[in-house]
Structures are given as structure tokens and as C-alpha cells.
Unconditional design. Structure first.
Length: 306
């Protein structure tokens, strides 16, 4: 649990969108960024020194009015001790303007309850932030989280607005990939050879939010539009593969070629050719005062940011 380089950049962008106000972090968040990077991002002077945890940084350079923390144990002196597997005490309801999950919920078994707790902590009009593992973190925690989860959970019908999701490649601190909300029965599929984090932000619209109806969007589309399942790209590929397997002598020769064809055609990797992603230059967060990101190869406004 800690603020890494991508999370630091993300917080800088969030600060430009909405004041942090009273903050709570799920787990005490360590500061896992070298001093030179912190100084560059927040404009700290030569006398700045990193502290072990993020509270001083959030107060002094991000405008937080106070920073509390919540953890399952008192071993890091968290403000509140509570197991996120269980319901949150009502005395903590609607106490915070910003709730930060900085790589904590993947360590909690009961993720639905933990997500509900995050929303209970948040004041109506406040924001919830997640920096969570997405790909290639097997063994790090219990879970790796998909962008689809945040779009489906933090929807307008459930009581949220301005939900935005980005993917960060931890081997590249220069850009993000903005995830388009899955629509029309099409999934946003992303694979990678490197470790990925998902960065999500949403605004809680009302105290009576709902988590009772969270479904994956392509299935909801099929149920409502009688779309034949064979028209889904992943199932189309599986059907073709089964046809190839019916030709036993040719399958060992054709399978590698067909796999290469699918990879080049599907464009589902972590790149600008993926139809579900757009590439975002992180430097635009630091230096641009316009209401948009600088998207590589083109100027494209990103709704909801700045």
C-alpha cells in the first residue's frame, strides 16, 4: 500500500478537478516515490524531504484539510481500526470528501463489502479514488481488478457520476491509457507483458447509493437486445478454433498462424491501436492548464478532467 509515481501524478490531476478536503486512506499509504520526482510533481523546494507516509504531502502540497487512515490493525498507527471485510460502523458514514484506496482492496477477501464501505465513508459530492493492480500481479493480493468493474459499479443508476478509468503501465511513467466505457456489447480487453495498475475516480452523487445491480455490460446488452452470443468477438474466435480442431492433420500447422492473425486483428493489447483505449501523455497533468489532456499524436479533450 503506497503512493507510487503513477498515483502521485493521478493525485495531481485529481486536485485540479476537485479539492481533496478531508481525506481518508484505506490503509496508511507509504510514499514510494523518490524525492526528486515528488519535487518535480508538486513543486516542492530544495528543503523538502520525503516522509514515510503520505499524510504531510497531501496536506501541504495537495490541499487536504486533514488525512485519516483506516486499517485492519494498529500496526501502522492508523486513525481507525476496522476490518473492511465487515460493514463499516455508522459513526464513520459520510465523514470524508476524498476516499483513497491506494492498492488496499485487492488484499481484502470481501471486495463487494469493502467497496460499499468506501462509499459509506464518502460524503455526497465527494470523490473515491482507486489505484489497484490490474494485470500480472498474481500473488500480490487476492484479486486483480478490471476497468469494467469500476464502470459497472460506479454508474449513474447506482448513484455516481463522472466515473473515469485509466490504465498505467508500471514500466512506463510517461503515459496512461484512458479506457472507454464498454458499450454496445463490446468488451474493452487488455493484455500486457508488464504489470498494470488501474486508476479510477468517481464522484458519489447521493448517500442512498446502490450496489445491488452490478452486471458486466456486454451481457446486459445481450439480454436487452437478443444479440446472438456468436456475434461476440471472443466467442467467434472460439468457434473458429473449434472448426480448426475438427481438421486434425492441419490444426497443429494452422493454429500458430491463426493465433498470430487473431492477435493482430483483435488489437486488444496495451497500445494505441486498441479501440477501447486512447493514449494520454502524463506531462499534460503537470504543465497544461487547459481543460484537456495532450493525447499523443493529436489534441483530444478528455471529458471530466481539468
Amino acid at each position: 500500500m503506497g503512493i507510487d509515481t503513477h498515483a502521485l501524478y493521478f493525485l495531481r490531476c485529481v486536485k485540479s478537478k476537485q479539492p481533496l478536503g478531508d481525506v481518508i486512506t484505506i490503509g496508511r499509504q507509504r510514499l514510494d516515490v523518490v524525492e526528486a520526482t515528488v519535487k518535480k510533481v508538486v513543486g516542492a523546494g530544495p528543503s523538502y524531504k520525503n516522509q514515510p507516509y503520505c499524510e504531510d504531502l497531501l496536506r501541504e502540497y495537495f490541499g487536504a484539510t486533514k488525512v485519516d487512515s483506516l486499517d485492519n490493525s494498529s500496526f501502522e498507527n492508523a486513525t481507525h481500526v476496522h476490518d473492511m471485510n465487515g460493514p463499516l460502523p455508522e459513526r464513520l458514514y459520510q465523514k470524508y470528501d476524498t476516499v483513497i484506496d491506494g492498492g488496499s482492496l485487492e488484499h481484502v477477501y470481501n471486495v463487494p463489502q469493502a467497496l460499499k464501505n468506501c462509499s459509506h465513508l464518502c460524503k455526497p459530492g465527494g470523490q473515491i479514488l482507486h489505484f489497484s493492480p490490474a494485470n500480472n500481479f498474481c500473488g500480490h493480493g487476492f484479486w486483480q481488478l478490471s476497468p469494467e468493474l469500476f464502470f459497472s459499479l460506479y454508474s449513474a443508476k447506482n448513484g455516481y457520476r463522472d466515473t473515469e478509468v485509466l490504465i498505467a503501465d508500471l514500466s512506463d511513467a510517461t503515459k496512461w491509457y484512458k479506457v472507454k466505457e464498454p458499450k454496445g456489447g463490446r468488451r474493452v480487453v487488455v493484455y500486457s507483458l508488464t504489470r498494470l495498475n488501474v486508476l479510477a475516480r468517481t464522484v458519489l452523487q447521493r448517500a442512498d447509493f446502490s450496489h445491488s445491480s452490478v452486471q458486466q455490460s456486454d451481457y446486459v446488452f445481450e439480454w436487452g437486445n437478443s444479440l446472438p452470443t456468436a456475434s461476440r468477438p471472443d466467442l467467434e474466435s472460439a468457434a473458429r478454433k473449434q472448426k480448426l480442431k475438427a481438421i486434425p492433420l492441419l490444426y497443429p500447422l494452422l493454429a500458430p498462424l491463426y493465433h498470430h492473425y487473431l492477435c493482430s486483428k483483435a488489437k486488444t493489447g496495451l497500445n494505441g491501436k486498441n479501440p477501447g483505449l486512447s493514449v494520454v501523455d502524463i506531462r499534460s497533468c503537470l504543465y497544461s492548464h487547459r481543460s484537456c489532456f495532450i493525447v499523443l499524436q493529436a489534441w483530444v479533450c478528455v471529458p471530466g478532467w481539468f
